[in-house]
Design a protein around this ligand. Structure first.
Ligand code: SF4
Length: 410
């Protein structure tokens, strides 16, 4: 498994884990002269995002030729944008910094393999009205915007977010809401995009009011990376507004323990205090988090922030993402290293979104070694093998051995 992060993050000693799990402020970095009021203002952060090569040349003088080439091409594919707050998490001395790999475009994004796609989850094919994806029987994905606070280089929806590729997405809430109203099987609506928390409180509130007025919508979720990119957006006013729409869940998207700063911990605390259950969706990324030490520290830190690890996604086959895709084997090894070795709440589900629109498929290390009409042979996290009767009916008169000492003979 590859080693990730700055060398100091992954030197394999107990101090590494402590460092990974430490909560630090992102600091002010190059923005020391900016007033605290401006720095804390989420709109200031958005207005002052890093979006150009000229800004990067000043802020990241050691940019590599790969990165320079990537940045120059980014605005025809997926825009470059990083909030000043999040930029401060980049280690300028480390070209393999896990935050840098997620945020700074590389020329490798132009390499496309035949099996890569612009819409790897087949969302457009399952879209009854523009901006609504109805892939599963009882729930819909409601795309509300094509804008994010910052752009992740592996984004599954890079065909549309940022509009660099000319998709020209426009949400049509009237048609989207109308479809939901007329489809009583929809009990769960996931607001995503782009990032719904980029809306003003008023605009988001008005959408939630309309959704909540639909009797069969039992459950609303928001998918967002804003608490990580822009924790300043999680204001007390936003939290007070959101808590009026329970049951409302929020799925955040955090890939590396360094993203969980003191600012993010406070922001997530405000959401949790508003009674919003929080889950995390991480994407398995090469040289970012394809490492058990890093991933375990991430899961532990999420729990400390009152966020339940929900999914680890195998990176989708999005065009130009091969340099960021870790192998399925690495994902399975990480799951094997988590299950049983740490708190169950810290163990998410590893999934592959089946290419072309097959939906999420859970992937697990093999804990069921065999199964027939009489019994099931199980392997535990230590590799010990056990037997369990298949059902209460037809049990043999002699109890089977519970622990099997020589599983190779089974
Ligand atoms: S925040 Fe989400 S939608 Fe936006 S670029 Fe990142 S992965 Fe894509």
């Amino acid at each position: 498994m590859s080693m990730n992060g700055s060398p100091s993050d992954t030197d394999g000693c107990a101090g590494t884990v402590d460092r990974l799990k430490e909560f630090r402020s992102a600091g002010r970095g190059a923005w020391g002269e900016v007033s605290p009021a401006q720095w804390e203002d989420w709109r200031w952060q958005l207005k002052n995002r890093i979006t150009s090569i000229a800004q990067l040349e000043k802020l990241l003088p050691g940019m590599t030729a790969e990165e320079r080439g990537g940045v120059l091409l980014a605005n025809t594919k997926l825009a470059l944008a990083i909030t000043p707050y999040f930029f401060n998490l980049i280690d300028p001395a480390d070209e393999n910094c896990p935050i840098r790999r997620q945020m700074i475009p590389r020329l490798e994004e132009t390499h496309t393999a035949p099996w890569e796609m612009s819409d790897p989850c087949g969302e457009d094919e399952h879209s009854p009205v523009p901006g609504l994806v109805h892939r599963y029987p009882d729930r819909v994905l409601f795309l509300v915007t094509d804008r994010c606070a910052a752009y992740c280089r592996y984004c599954t929806r890079s065909r549309l977010v940022s509009n660099a590729a000319g998709y020209d997405f426009h949400a049509d809430f009237g048609r989207q809401l109308d479809y939901i109203r007329k489809t009583p099987s929809i009990r769960d609506v996931l607001l995503s995009g782009g990032d719904p928390l980029l809306f003003s409180d008023h605009k988001l509130e008005s959408l939630l009011v309309q959704l909540r007025a639909i009797p069969h919508v039992e459950f609303v979720r928001i998918g967002t990376r804003i608490p990580l990119f822009l924790p300043q957006r999680i204001t007390p006013e936003l939290c007070a507004m959101l808590r009026r729409f329970h049951p409302l869940f929020i799925s955040i998207h955090c890939n590396h323990p360094r993203e969980l700063t003191t600012e993010v911990r406070d922001a997530l605390g405000r959401l949790a205090d508003a009674g919003i259950p929080l889950g995390n969706q991480a994407v398995l990324l090469k040289d970012v988090n394809n490492d058990l030490t890093v991933m375990k520290a991430l899961m532990h830190k999420l729990l400390m922030c009152r966020v339940r690890p929900y999914y680890i996604y195998q990176c989708d086959l999005i065009a130009g993402s091969a340099h960021l895709r870790a192998s399925v084997r690495e994902g399975l090894e990480i799951m094997q290293g988590l299950r049983g070795h740490t708190t169950g709440y810290a163990v998410p589900q590893f999934v592959i979104d089946a290419p072309g629109g097959g939906g999420k498929v859970p992937i697990n290390p093999d804990y069921v070694l065999s199964r027939n009409s009489d019994r099931v042979i199980l392997r535990n996290f230590e590799g010990k093998v056990f037997e369990y009767p298949e059902s209460a009916e037809g049990l043999p008169t002699q109890p089977p051995p519970v622990r099997i000492e020589h599983p190779e003979l089974v």
